[in-house]
Design a protein around this ligand. Sequence first.
Ligand code: PEP
Ligand code: MN
Length: 337
Amino acid sequence: MLVVMKPNATQAEIEAVVEKIRALGLTPHPIPGAERVAIGITGNKGAVDPEPFTTMSGVADALRVSQPFKLVSREVKGEDSVIDVGGVPLGGPAITVMAGPCSVESREQLLEAAHAVKRAGARFLRGGAFKPRTSPYEFQGLGEEGLKLLALAREETGLKVVTEVMDVESLPMVADYADVLQIGARNMQNYSLLKQLGTIRKPILLKRGPAATIKEWLMAAEYVVSRGNYQVALCERGIRTFETMTRNTLDLNAVPILKSLTHLPVIVDPSHGIGLRAHVPAMARAGVAAGADGIIVEVHPRPEKALSDGQQSLTPPEFEELMRQVRVIAGAVGRSI
Ligand code: PEP
Ligand code: MN
């Protein structure tokens, strides 16, 4: 259930509702909005009786939330969520651009990529230090050494760092270095990891599982948010279909569907979505045209030498050209970069 406060409700009136929810053995989630505060209720087995709330002072209404995902739903919060990543917005009216190599490989490679994407206009640097590879014989990432290089690149460029955390054990270490924690597609339903992410105060980029429905994905986000970490963005990165011409099938249907169902920022990953360098720009443009709040793109100074995902990585000049195009598309849909 959702208790909607009146626009002029006082802090004391909000507190009284929060206390009443706690007294019923349930969990309150105050959600500030542009006009009024709403307080989500979780922890209830059946329907919560609205009566005790509607009669309280400062309360405008008590509504049932019809979706199984509650706190991430538009019903609970009408406005788009914008995550403040140390002064840089993730989501909101301006298109968020994240770019960088698939894997952190060396100091030279990372710094070259970081300076290039920064010059082109990205504000977030992506790069994996812990890599979930399909083959155990392939490059697994530099681990903490890679995280240190990401921190160095942040220091040199001012870019915010997005990097993947693969398990509960390494979470404290990765969270120490990262500005945004990426949860990889393979881990979207790692519930012990999701629960742990709910207890920390770091923005999360939750990628869609390759076989996950939109509802399952939103429920995964709900795991994090319901435990108190409200800073979650979703990333569509392609799903597995019968098609073999492309690495995955970038499900751009998900973008407008998500924008209608949830207030969380929606990012599109065209690199993993199609998996072919020549066609990444088209899908990045399409993602922005479809209403995504941002894109995450793999960029490598020498893709042919990349230790992972070279076949889908743009060169710096290709990325610069993509940024030029994305600016035009963004303008056409009422956004900026
Ligand atoms: C990545 O971003 O390099 C990655 C491994 O992504 P995904 O989890 O979407 O496969
Ligand atoms: Mn990759």
